[in-house]
Design a protein around this ligand. Sequence first.
Ligand code: EAX
Length: 326
Amino acid sequence: MMNRSYKFALALTAWAALSALPSQAQTVLKIGHVLAKGSHYDVGANVFCDSLDKNTQGRYKCQVFTGSSLGGEREQIEAVQIGTQDMVITSTGPVGNFVPEIKVVDVPFLFRDYDHARKVLDGKIGQDMLAKFPSHGLVALAWSENGFRHMTNSKRSIVSANDAAGLKMRTMENKVHMEGYRAFGIQPTPMAFPEVFGALQQGVVDGQENPIPVILASKFSQVQKHLSLTGHVYSPALILTSPRIYNKLSDADKKAFLDAATESVKATRKKVNDDEANGIAQLEREGMTVVKQVNGASFRDALKTPYANYAKEFGADRMNAIQAVK
Ligand code: EAX
């Protein structure tokens, strides 16, 4: 039978041994995006966090801030740059204002389809662009995905480009998009994403353009009657952090971040595939009138002048190299 003092000595020894163990330093990363819980960005953010937690044995965890709670995409990118936010999953919409070298990806009709876009971005062309971020105070862990953008509006069905003419459409703060949309006869109104639902609801703008996953997650069917599957732009997304965080990581932890980003992108792309397959029927059930076959040639033909300008700005060779990827 152990006497009391022996038990106390035993407990004291155990406590001393345990407290000598290296404490598991834990970092909780603040990651934000502008879409609703359950959206393709949110699926990607949570898969990133779960994978990172597992890959680092709990040393790195995340707190996900959804629904523009940390502001619009431009604001969140700025916050990552200055260090008040650790990560953001964002479309490339405002990114060209921070990293001009990637603006070419926003050219309308540059990408043929999802397979083409994913091959370009995951290949040398896309990976070389990611290498441009650190000199602009950002680290791009991977290309993620927003999707092919389609037009919605409250006025009329859009079949050809001239049906869009005269409509006041919200656009992202993206000059490449705006130049192309002007050529369709649209009045582009650049606006941060958090303001879009309200602007549509109050009729400040007639319409907007976004991928099916965004239209679904943002419940635009409540404020927009018409959807036209124009697919006029492929909208990449990015998983961004800052050199302040990334450069202090060990090689093993850098790999853990990159592997978590790879898992995140797989999950986001799967959610985009699912939303593309099921979302249009859902939006019809929610009351939207959907034009499934648009006159794509009318939109492409309208882009002759912008394309000459894009070639001047980005280099015809660079654009041809992207389009040559099979
Ligand atoms: O990134 O601003 C936009 O229209 C974006 O597509 C949306 O915020 C998702």
